[in-house]
Design a protein around this ligand. Structure first.
Ligand code: PGA
Length: 253
């Protein structure tokens, strides 16, 4: 079975004492973590090292950065390199979140470089794609997402591609309380998988975890995660409450 993943994306939320309280509470919850289920916590950069330490002995939990830079090192004030991340034991990174694309102007070409660099350093990129509302309304979301995949991922070899996690996050569903229906999620996830199959072959496509993101909460997670091509979720708002996120973890297939 493909890896099923519950990923928390805290974004720029929680101060350090709130983060510590969350971690303590989440660690006290019971989960049935097996080989095919895992949890990723994408916490703000200042808490990466602390969180990595806190979950070091907890099987199935990984810590992720929410971003990284597209250069190895140098005069890039304020940026975080992949080597810095791996050197503190962080081996996952979100790349191309729609907020990075829309607010910080990150384009497909820059994201391709970030994906390359993350893989070069042995990290797992969680690559985000997804269309804005006007594209969905025009009915051209498949072409839009296909282009995002092509422009930022298809430079990869099959071996590299097999290490990437994809998150489909329709922008109109992020932080809006408006979730894609489970049918809309399934439809796009199946489409993404078919694109990967065309590019890399069915066997590889069948092994790639594709997460859904956009207003996932405990009350809708089971229905969304049950879809055959949905392999878990990337969760923003609902990942800030330990009990809520714990319930989302328990909703994994
Ligand atoms: P949301 O955010 O769950 O708050 O909609 C998801 C995301 O942006 O990753």
């Amino acid at each position: 079975m493909r890896k099923q993943i519950a990923a928390a994306n805290w974004k720029m939320n929680l101060n350090f004492s709130q983060a510590q309280a969350f971690i303590t509470e989440l660690k006290s919850e019971q989960f049935d973590i097996t080989d095919h289920r895992s949890v990723v916590l994408a916490v703000p950069a200042p808490y990466l090292q602390f969180t990595t330490e806190a979950f070091k002995e907890v099987a199935g939990f990984s810590i992720a950065a929410q971003n990284c830079y597209a250069q190895k090192s140098g005069a890039f004030t304020g940026e975080i390199s992949v080597e810095m991340l791996t050197s503190i034991g962080v081996h996952h990174v979100i790349i191309g979140h729609s907020e990075r694309r829309e607010i910080f102007g990150e384009d497909n070409a820059l994201l391709a470089k970030k994906v390359d660099l993350a893989l070069e350093f042995g990290m797992t990129p969680i690559f985000c794609c997804g269309e804005p509302l006007p594209v969905r309304e025009a009915g051209t979301q498949n072409d839009f997402v296909a282009e995002q995949l092509k422009a930022s991922l298809y430079q990869l070899t099959a071996e590299q591609m097999s290490k990437v996690v994809i998150a489909y996050e329709p922008i109109w569903a992020i932080g809006t309380g408006k979730t894609a229906t489970s049918e809309q999620a399934q439809e796009m996830h199946a489409y993404i998988r078919s694109q990967l199959a065309t590019q890399y072959g069915q066997a590889l496509a069948d092994g790639v975890s594709i997460l859904y993101g956009g207003s996932v909460k405990a009350s809708n997670a089971v229905e969304i995660f049950q879809q055959p091509d949905v392999d878990g979720g990337l969760v923003g708002g609902a990942s800030l409450i330990a009990k809520e996120f714990a319930a989302i973890i328990r909703a994994l297939k």
